[in-house]
Design a protein around this ligand. Structure first.
Ligand SMILES: Cc1cc2nc3c(=O)[nH]c(=O)nc-3n(C[C@H](O)[C@H](O)[C@H](O)COP(=O)(O)O)c2cc1C
Length: 178
């Protein structure tokens, strides 16, 4: 299958992006997982820019969502909320067909962030009937460097949790297809 993995952080040494990069590695070669790290390139959402006026970066992002069998999101919490860039990306998707039934699941790279998770789950429930809230895996990776993140996730017990997450997402996609 093809998965799109979206990081909610644009920080260079982001733990969320490092976790997703490692998950991309674990998923291959059985599944093709593409890391989307371009939320910082999307202009601020405005309904005035929908339709014919849609900016090219948004069209490219929506095309990637369209092509993916499922979307994975992994995001930090900023000020007890969804980071602005990720929320902006979700806002761009809200009135588009690409997202309506898209299978989705969350990974998490922190032992904290419950307010962000509550808000993100509500947003994803709102935009997609395919959001699977039951498939959720979290690792306490805050303050780790990307190399350390990879090392921790590649440990057999953690790698098995990632493999289980991907397997459940694959089954969810098949279930959604009916
Ligand atoms: C501006 C800012 C606000 C933050 N607010 C919170 C917060 O409200 N709750 C929390 O648990 N962590 C908060 N953090 C910590 C980040 O969530 C944490 O460092 C996370 O690991 C960053 O993700 P990244 O490594 O992928 O960039 C904040 C960090 C920054 C820079």
């Amino acid at each position: 299958m093809e998965f799109l993995a979206i990081s909610g952080s644009v920080r260079r040494d982001s733990t969320n992006t490092a976790l997703l990069r490692t998950v991309v590695e674990i998923a291959a070669p059985a599944d093709r997982m593409i890391l989307f790290d371009g939320i910082g390139d999307l202009p601020i959402f405005s309904p005035d820019l929908e339709g014919d006026a849609t900016p090219p970066a948004v069209t490219a992002f929506c095309d990637q969502v369209q092509r993916a069998d499922a979307v994975i999101i992994c995001s930090p919490e900023y000020v007890h909320a969804i980071p602005g860039g990720l929320k902006n990306a979700i806002d761009w998707l809200v009135s588009r067909e690409e997202i309506v039934a898209k299978p989705m699941a969350l990974l998490h790279a922190s032992h904290r962030g419950e307010d962000m998770l509550r808000s993100l789950r509500l947003a994803l429930r709102t935009v997609s009937g395919g959001f699977d809230e039951n498939n959720f895996v979290s690792f306490p990776l805050m303050t780790k460097q990307p190399g350390e993140v990879r090392h921790i996730i590649m440990e057999p017990a953690n790698c098995a949790r990632v493999t289980g997450f991907i397997e459940e997402l694959r089954n969810h996609v098949l279930q959604c297809r009916g």
